[in-house]
Design a protein around this ligand. Structure first.
Ligand SMILES: Nc1nc2c(c(=O)[nH]1)N[C@H]1C(S)=C(S)[C@@H](COP(=O)(O)O)O[C@H]1N2
Ligand SMILES: [Mo]
Length: 397
């Protein structure tokens, strides 16, 4: 592992913004306050959620850093950062979402195992880097390849961080070769985030970004990229990040019966209010985010103040200055939309938001119907409870 190493303790962690809410200190897992998500379409780096499974790796010498491309391919290669930067650079606006986003709310219905998250284990960034399809081509594999002549069908990303789930080994995950070599899938080896050099928390010097797919597959601090026959057998592919039905619990789980989760489903959350909020006015403006996986855009965001009997449509935008149209060629297909609505709220109401994606997939109504023991993919309708405290004057929420 030239130039990069994973420390065995937490004595050399990078500095972090004090307003992040820390869900676990070691490994460091944190999310910004809800309001930070809706204050800008592109999430600032220091306000972006941080999801780690071990101590943050250290680059001792960027000149000697190499990422290797090995496995079932004609020739193995080692690439320096300069080699990667020589390839055409792409800037892809993509929303990264942890599959555990909104886990705390799922746990309230029935206990689940995993780090608790509110609604902010998600962020939207402009990732700059080389396309994985171009990088793999350097190793002699053409674009849009399903299998190499040696039987390689998956691309495994291996890091250097020491994770207890891997018995001290590195974090790893894989995606199908056909996805990795499809230039339109926009899979990146990213070295920039929002126009700045990627920082240590987010994967310096190089990470995978797999747009439209749960964050767990966007491996940080890359050490090697292996072309393999079967999907990666690592813990985070085989014994985590799989979606089980509500009937499966720890006493009857058979991990091999489910596939590793890839695309994330349609999701939205209100970010201008906490789940239990105080209202001082009857007319309020609410805002939040909506996103769907697989490059499916958001078609609609519906808001209800009467428990889902009637709905009004929120307005949506991707860039603050222009209204968002789903099939606009300028729209960012991998990116979230922010929504806004003015609502008249009855006394002590519940405000509900649900999104519909361009394939007409809708969020499920309740947590119960999608409850799963690991507490992933809580995409149930987002509900905020308002208690009224009427005041005179112009105070707002
Ligand atoms: N090497 C490595 N890559 C990783 C992880 C990790 O712990 N180690 N966590 C994954 C998970 S579960 C998520 S959701 C995203 C989080 O990326 P971020 O911390 O940049 O937001 O990184 C993924 N890549
Ligand atoms: Mo995650």
């Amino acid at each position: 592992m030239p130039g990069i190493r994973g420390p065995s303790d937490y004595s050399q962690e990078p500095p972090r913004h004090p307003s992040l809410k820390i869900n676990s200190k070691e490994p460091f897992n944190s999310e910004p306050p809800r309001s930070a998500l809706v204050s800008s379409y592109v999430t600032p780096v220091d306000m972006f959620y941080k999801r780690n499974h071990g101590p943050i790796p250290i680059v001792d010498d960027i000149e000697s850093y190499r990422v290797s491309i090995t496995g079932l391919l004609p020739k193995s290669i080692m690439l320096s950062m300069d080699d990667i930067k020589k390839l055409p650079k792409y800037n892809v606006t993509a929303t990264l979402q942890c599959a555990g986003n909104r886990r705390t709310a799922m746990s309230k219905k029935r206990t689940v195992k995993g780090v608790g998250w509110d609604v902010s284990a998600i962020g939207n960034a402009i990732w700059g880097g080389a396309k994985l399809a171009d990088v793999i081509e350097l190793a002699g594999i053409c674009k849009n390849t399903t299998s190499t002549s040696l039987g390689g069908k998956h691309v495994e990303f291996v890091s250097v961080d020491m994770c207890k789930e891997e018995n001290g080994g590195p974090y790893k995950a894989s995606i199908p070769l056909r996805h990795a070599t499809n230039p339109e899938a926009d899979v990146l080896l990213a070295y920039e985030m929002n126009g700045e050099i990627l920082n240590r928390d987010h994967g310096y010097p190089l990470r995978g970004i797999v747009p439209g797919i749960i964050g767990a597959r966007s491996v940080k601090w890359l050490d090697s990229i292996n072309i393999i026959a079967e999907e990666c057998q690592g813990f985070f592919m085989q014994r985590d990040y799989k979606m089980f039905p509500p009937s499966v619990d720890w006493d009857n789980i058979i991990w091999s019966t489910r596939r590793p989760q890839m695309d994330f489903p349609v999701q939205c959350a209100i970010c201008s209010l906490e789940d239990e909020a105080i209202a001082s006015q009857d007319k309020i403006k609410i805002s939040g985010y909506a996103a769907s996986g697989g490059g499916r855009g958001i078609e609609r965001v519906d808001i209800s103040v009467d428990g889902g009997k009637t709905w009004l449509e929120a307005s949506r935008h991707q860039k603050r200055d222009a209204p968002y149209i789903a099939d606009d060629i300028n729209s960012d297909k991998w990116a979230w939309v922010l929504f806004e609505a003015q609502v008249d709220v009855p006394k002590n109401a519940e405000i509900i938001a649900k999104a519909v994606d361009t394939a007409a997939n809708v969020q499920p109504e309740t947590v119960e119907e999608i409850w799963n023991l690991r507490g992933i993919l809580n995409t149930s309708w987002h509900r905020v409870h308002l208690r009224h405290m009427l005041q005179s004057g112009h105070s707002s929420l």
